[in-house]
Design a protein around this ligand. Structure first.
Ligand SMILES: NC(=O)c1ccc[n+]([C@@H]2O[C@H](COP(=O)([O-])OP(=O)(O)OC[C@H]3O[C@@H](n4cnc5c(N)ncnc54)[C@H](O)[C@@H]3O)[C@@H](O)[C@H]2O)c1
Length: 256
């Protein structure tokens, strides 16, 4: 599918991987709607990029807010062709703590944002996409991209909630691709390794240096633009469907 003149919703588009994807798709001629909770960053990006980009304060866990956000995009731009789900959080939740069992409320919060939030957005947007006219000779009506993580396969100590949420995203990808095949909608997921986003700037230098040395080759953190480039390919290559692609320079995460 060609990105130019398409409309894309990008959750988590106010920071990191989502921001890089929003910038790339905008540069390629798409209309971009950023759904994020961070109004300040979202509005700053809109002010910088100018036309064909909008920010909407949407919490992906709030089904009614997602529906309202999608309706607003449809009112402004009539159609939605691309949906990228980047909104996510990664707090540590150990199975047991010093004083007792792990934090069940925090576990539920991570699942709610990373997994249920992804379903909320994908299902609401997919319904809108299903009403599009076919866009190309294959009959494409839309493309959905989810964000998993290598933690879906190799969760580190303290990542019980995060790895469970991303494992859910991995498992849901082929199933959704099957559900939506008859509608001409493809669904894929990116499973990034260690990608340099604002999250990493908060780490102490020794942690940053140690993480930077872990990838197999090239031995460095990934760049948000490299993830955006893969998202672009997943939109443009109609023959990738139901896939989860690791983008991690061959890393296999160790327990800590
Ligand atoms: N950076 C990495 O190394 C890495 C690796 C693997 C997976 N990921 C995944 O990629 C995605 C993006 O990560 P990032 O590094 O760009 O993080 P980030 O913190 O820079 O960006 C995440 C964005 O999501 C938004 N967000 C959080 N909760 C939200 C909610 N409930 N509703 C709407 N927006 C919400 C935040 O405001 C933020 O703008 C996440 O799902 C993360 O788990 C990142």
């Amino acid at each position: 599918m060609n990105i130019e003149n398409c409309t894309a919703i990008i959750t988590g588009g106010a920071s990191g991987l989502g921001e890089a994807t929003a910038r790339l798709f905008h540069q390629l001629g798409a209309r971009v709607a950023i759904f994020d909770r961070d109004r300040q960053r979202g509005e700053a990006i809109v002010a910088e990029l100018g036309t064909n980009v909008r920010y909407q304060e949407v919490d992906v866990t709030d089904h009614a807010a997602v529906q309202a956000g999608v309706d607003e995009v449809l009112a402004a731009w009539s159609h939605i062709h691309i949906c990228c789900n980047y909104a996510g959080i990664a707090p540590a939740v150990k199975t047991i703590g010093r004083e007792g069992p792990g934090d069940a409320a925090l576990f539920a919060k991570v699942i709610n944002i990373n997994l249920i939030g992804t379903f909320n957005v994908s299902s609401i947007v997919a319904y809108a996409m299903s009403r599009n006219e076919p866009l190309d000779e294959d009959g494409s009506r839309g493309v959905i991209i989810q964000t998993a993580s290598v933690a879906a396969y190799e969760g580190q100590i303290g990542q019980a909630a995060y790895s469970a949420s991303k494992g859910g995203v991995v498992s849901m990808t082929l199933t959704m691709a099957r559900d939506l095949a008859r509608n001409g909608i493809r669904v894929n997921a990116i499973a990034p390794g260690l990608i340099h986003t604002p999250m990493f700037d908060a780490f102490p230098q020794e942690v940053y240096d140690s993480l930077s040395k872990q990838p197999l080759f090239p031995v460095r953190l990934g760049r948000a633009e490299e993830v955006a480039g893969l998202a672009r390919h997943l939109v443009e290559n109609n023959y990738i469907n139901g896939a989860v692609l690791r983008m991690d320079a061959g890393i296999r995460m160790q327990p800590r």
